[in-house]
Design a protein. Sequence first.
Length: 175
Amino acid sequence: MGKTFKELANIIFNGIIPKLENNDGLVIFVENRAKFERWLQVELCGILSHHFPTVIPEKDKIDIVLEEKNDDVVNDWAIELKTVNTSYGFNEVENKTRPITQNVKGIIEDIKKLRSTNYTNKAVLFVVFPVTHNYKEWKEIHLNKIIGELNGNIIHKEFKFKNGVPGVIYFGLVT
């Protein structure tokens, strides 16, 4: 039997959060509110390669595809990734306007795209910064749209980048 949603979330969170918290290069991206989706993809492929026999980036226009075979039964995961750079004010971050609504729309489009695939399991993973999970504007205006699209199947962990800027990583099961 393949990995469950919660097992996969634990593998991802335990592997990627220390990298998010300790990377000097990410501090530069965060201070400038710049996205780092490809870095995230590379790091996740490395982490997941220790837990899945087959990890494929960019298969069928999906960011990461994972495959396991047990007794000729294929259990696969299709995962879409996003980084969401917000406009919310934080001292350590340059003030810039960012298209949060467009970022959220992109996540919802990924959810709909995944639903139309034949993969056994489907998920979206997104890192939001600078923000905390309970930041009112983020949660009420934007996150609730994503949660609704995922029927509530979402797990999150808060963390801080090396410069102390808060971020949240979300992993949502697409059904």
